[in-house]
Structure formats: structure tokens, C-alpha cells
Design a protein around this ligand. Sequence first.
Ligand SMILES: Cc1cc2nc3c(=O)[nH]c(=O)nc-3n(C[C@H](O)[C@H](O)[C@H](O)COP(=O)(O)O)c2cc1C
Length: 188
Amino acid sequence: MPYIRETILTTVDAAGTVHIAPLGIIEDGDGWVVAPFRPSRTLDNLAATGIAVVSYTDDPLVFAGCLTGRREWPLTPVEGCAVPRLEAALAHDVLAVERVTEDATRPRFHCRVAASASHAPFTGLNRARAAVLELAILVSRLTMLPRDKIESEVAYLRIAIDKTGGAAERQAWGWLMERVEAHLAEGD
Ligand SMILES: Cc1cc2nc3c(=O)[nH]c(=O)nc-3n(C[C@H](O)[C@H](O)[C@H](O)COP(=O)(O)O)c2cc1C
């Protein structure tokens, strides 16, 4: 399996309206593959403009927020690029689509890195942040997972939140758990 980096990806449509979504970008030599499932605004925007900005952040609130309808995160312009980045980005890359592998379910946009910049230091790993990221992925797949798998994953991930999380990690966890609990209640 290839290396995948979890990012916050910004794109714009033909009218310049910005869209923000968490996406895992797939290492591809010196470049990256962006692979959105259909239907997706990210996919439509990439097809229309051929440009994305990937923001590298470890802010758990942004990942959890985007998954729970809170997409209004501060953005800031990128010099020479029509697509902004996340203000909270520790670093970003501008990705330019070079070619597309078409697919009925999940097309692959093969991108080169057109520009890069760093903005703030990375301050180290934290288990609770990693747990929020895992729960965000789980929330994006709730309808595909059996109840016992969801419950056992949550129980395991919660240990890291309880032992190592700060206020932001607990807030992000709470937003995501509202989605998990609503989904499990539907099945009762
Ligand atoms: C860490 C993380 C990685 C994700 N990676 C992908 C991905 O590679 N492809 C995808 O279609 N959705 C991915 N998702 C789910 C998308 O963020 C979500 O479906 C999003 O709303 C995409 O649809 P949109 O472009 O219409 O907003 C990921 C979610 C998370 C939390």
C-alpha cells in the first residue's frame, strides 16, 4: 500500500467559491494523487480548475469540524494561486493536476507540486490527535461498518483521548461522537 498523508484540501469552482474538505493524498513519486469518491465537490472543482492547495495541519478541530458540518475555518491567500490555504496550516503545497485516471467510483487526479511553503513549527505527536483523526475516518465510513466494529474502535480510541487529550481534542471528539451516537441510535 502507498504512503498516504491526511490533509485539508482546498479547491475553488469556476466562480471562485472555495470548498474545503479533509482528504488523504497518495504519494506518487515526487507528486501526489488526489482520489475523491463520486459525487464530490472537490472532484468537480479539480476537474474544472486543475488546482488544489493541500494544507498540512494537526489541528483536530478542523478535521472533526469538516466532518460535522463546520467548514468555516479561517483561510488565507496563497501568493500566485487562486486557491487559498488554511490559515492554521503548518505548511502547504499547491498541487497542479497533470493527468486524470478516470473511474466510475473514484477517479485519480495525478498532481505535481507546483509550490510549497512552511508557516509554523510542528510541535510533536499526540495520541489524542491521532485518535481524533481515526474517529473522523470512522465517521466518514459509518454506513459501511457493522455496529460491533464501531463500538470496539470507539472504545479503543477513547483511551488516548482520556489519557492524553487537551481541550481541543476533547471538543473535536465530542463533535464526532454526536455523529456516531446518532448513527447508532438510528439502528436501535
Ligand atoms: C482524514 C480523512 C481523509 C479522507 N480522505 C478521503 C479521500 O481520499 N477521498 C474521499 O472521497 N473522501 C475522503 N474523506 C472524506 C471526505 O472528507 C468527505 O467525504 C468530503 O466531504 C468529500 O466530499 P466533498 O468534496 O463533496 O466535500 C476523508 C475524510 C477524512 C476525515
